[in-house]
Design a binder for this molecule. Structure first.
Ligand SMILES: [Cu+2]
Length: 671
């Protein structure tokens, strides 16, 4: 009898359980695909032949069973961004599981415990920039009643291979800023009455401000520069925005009236009406808009750097009503101290220097529906994390260290972890935590919103906190792809047992990739050049100079050095120097002086001392002056001044006067 009852009970349990928890299966195949998104055929990466990847739909409580098949010639991975799931399903190679090798499949299985707008993307190399990203929508139990729902995946696209983009960024040649016309320069500073600030900035050895590192060819909404969402006059439309761009923030603005934000990062918030707002990389927002009357009304997603936008046209009919353009950012006005907002005190400090014309994230207005307060009985561990970087050498880090084997952030289950994120750089950083939602302490007290990605503005601060209720290791990183790949990442570790295959291969995650750059000037009186092989700490340089004008025999100077990088301001070096028929061992230090003068102090094996000063001043977006002065106890001083004009990524024209070889002109080639 007992057995019979038990059998019936088990039967009913299994039946009820299977009726409630449906398994939703998806097969995703990643392949190369030739696309033409910006006037040129490019080999991209697609999921099920689509960019963006297909949107995956689930209901809360469903089990997802997703088979990812790799048909590329390289490894891949898929991270389920914003989904709370068991550690080994999170998709970061060497952190949560091993990468998916070519011609292999990996099955992900997890239950969906939340609802809302989320997304997925490759977490390998720079594949996300090439097309491996798509939406995930988990239906809410009681969604807001609207007439239409549309998922909008925003992204940025460049025809240039992302590896080459990163190599260009590492070259220290500001070419992308030049291409976009956003190089900070003396002429623009004077024109914008920002000369005083420009000089102050350089006196304090600050680098120029930069909104976005890369110059993109096109901005996309669901894979196109513009899309139409058919709707009737009076319709309420819910747009589920996902910022899947590799490096672009977007300002959103609607031609048909205000937008109502109802969710952020998949979490419902108290509806808040905004005229426009800034959406950081990797965030999601659900926004409700109304189609006011007949016509097509534009919701414009403008790239924050002002170089382009994608359009979502809502409504019906032929007449198009454009959204007002967002003002292109004005660095001089944005960063001027007198425009600085009064900083808030303590943990609520947002510290964002800004002017009203600069689009802002809507964080201050976001309120969770229910209290998100964490139980008071848990201990709080406060961790200060400085977001640091070197724009010139393109090294991005946390507390001045790139991601490495010895800087995991160790936490304990049961603690409240509070991160104080201080941005010490002139760029925005969208910081993303895997496996947890954190409270953004935005001044809303117990209704502080829950998010997985938070923008930390230039020189600004954010405080976030979360309850450590997980296990194993999780990734935490800047979601600007090129920043993450340059070191701005950490492992958040519960300091427990890690799967042996992950431990064994973990070093591959910390690989500090090497980059090679070269440049040479071919002038009528001389030739000089530089070869650099580097990672984030070590710089091997070979430089040469040969002059033939105003001298009897050609004179040459060749130097090979190894430089150990300490930080933006300081490095040490040693090497060899060949000047005509004399050669010497050399060693010394390089130090960045006020007004961004590069100084080099060195001694050689003959006992001579040499001081070298180098200074560049950007005059206009493309025109730059450069100067060098050398004082040597063993020989007479040497100096040069010149002007160069940036024509293209690989090409400058220039003229320079050298103290020994006189005046000349020519071209400079940059690789
Ligand atoms: Cu960043």
């Amino acid at each position: 009898m007992v057995k019979k009852v038990l059998a019936v009970f088990i039967f009913v349990f299994v039946w009820v359980h299977s009726a409630v928890a449906v398994t939703v299966e998806y097969d995703l195949t990643i392949t190369n695909k030739v696309v033409r998104l910006a006037g040129e055929e490019v080999v991209a990466m697609a999921v099920n032949n689509s960019i963006p990847a297909p949107t995956l739909f689930f209901k809360k409580g469903d089990w997802a069973k997703i088979t990812v098949t790799n048909k590329l010639t390289v490894e891949t991975s898929v991270h389920w961004h914003g989904i709370l799931l068991p550690n080994h399903q999170d998709g970061v190679p060497y952190v949560n599981h091993m990468p998916i090798k070519p011609n292999e499949s990996h099955v992900f299985e997890f239950q969906l415990k939340q609802s809302g707008t989320h997304w997925y993307h490759s977490h390998t190399g720079l594949q996300e920039q090439r097309g491996v990203y798509g939406g995930i929508v988990i239906e809410q139990a009681n969604p807001v009643q609207v007439d239409k729902v549309e998922v909008v995946v925003l992204s940025d696209w460049t025809n240039v291979n992302p590896q080459e983009v990163l190599r260009t960024l590492k070259s220290g040649n500001d070419f992308y800023s030049t291409q976009k016309g956003t190089n900070q320069n003396l002429f623009a500073a004077v024109k914008n009455k920002g000369l005083n600030f420009f000089l102050q900035q350089s006196l304090q050895r600050m680098p120029g401000m930069d909104i976005s590192d890369v110059a993109y060819d096109v901005f996309l909404a669901n894979g196109k520069n513009e899309i139409v969402v058919p709707a009737q006059p009076g319709d309420k439309v819910k747009l589920q925005f996902i910022n899947a761009a590799a490096a672009s923030y977007f300002s959103l603005r609607y031609a048909g009236g205000p937008m109502q934000i109802v969710a952020s990062d998949g979490m419902a918030v108290k509806p808040v009406s905004v005229d426009h707002f800034l959406m950081a990389v990797a965030e999601t927002y659900d926004v409700i808009v109304t189609v006011p009357r007949t016509g097509l009304f534009e919701l414009r997603a403008s790239a924050q750097d002002g170089t382009g936008f994608s359009s979502i046209w809502l409504g019906r009919g032929k007449r198009r009503i454009s959204a007002p353009a967002m003002a292109a950012p004005n660095f001089y006005k944005m960063m001027m101290p007198e425009k600085k907002m009064a900083p808030h005190r303590g943990h609520m400090s947002m510290g964002h220097r800004s002017s009203s014309q600069t689009p802002q994230t809507p964080y201050k207005k976001l309120q969770a529906i229910n209290s998100t307060q964490l139980p008071a009985q848990h201990s709080v561990r406060e961790i200060e994390l400085n977001l640091t970087g070197d724009m010139e050498r393109y090294i991005w880090s946390i507390n001045n260290q790139i991601l490495s084997a010895d800087n995991a952030i160790k936490i304990k289950r049961g603690e409240i972890i509070r991160f104080i994120l201080k941005n010490k750089t002139m760029m925005h950083h969208p910081m993303h935590l895997h496996g947890h939602f954190f409270r953004v302490l935005n001044g809303q007290g117990k209704y502080s919103p829950l998010k997985h990605t938070v923008d930390v503005p230039p020189m600004g601060q954010r405080v976030i906190e979360f309850y450590a209720n997980e296990q194993h290791d999780w990734f935490f990183h800047c979601h600007i792809l090129y920043h993450a790949k340059s070191g701005m990442a950490r492992i958040i570790s519960y300091d427990d047992e890690i799967r042996p295959d992950l431990l064994e291969n973990r070093h591959k995650l910390y690989l500090d990739k090497k980059f090679f750059n070269a440049s040479s000037s071919f002038l009528s009186q001389m030739n000089d050049g530089l070869l650099v092989l580097r990672d984030s700490k070590n710089f091997l340089r070979a430089q040469w100079q040969v002059g033939w004008q105003k001298v009897d025999d050609p004179e040459y100077d060749v130097e090979v050095t190894y430089e150990r990088y300490v930080n933006r301001f300081f490095s040490g070096f040693a090497g060899m120097n060949w000047v005509d028929k004399k050669n010497d061992g050399i060693f010394g230090v390089r130090y960045l002086l006020p007004f961004n003068f590069n100084s080099e102090w060195r001694v050689d094996t003959s006992g001579e001392l040499r001081l070298k000063l180098v200074k560049n001043i950007q005059l206009t977006n493309r025109l730059n002056t450069f100067s060098e002065f050398e004082y040597d106890t063993g020989s007479k001083e040497e100096w040069l001044v010149g002007l160069d004009f940036s024509v293209a990524r690989y090409f400058n024209v220039l003229t320079q006067y050298h103290s020994d070889f006189g005046l000349g002109a020519g071209v400079k080639v940059n690789f």
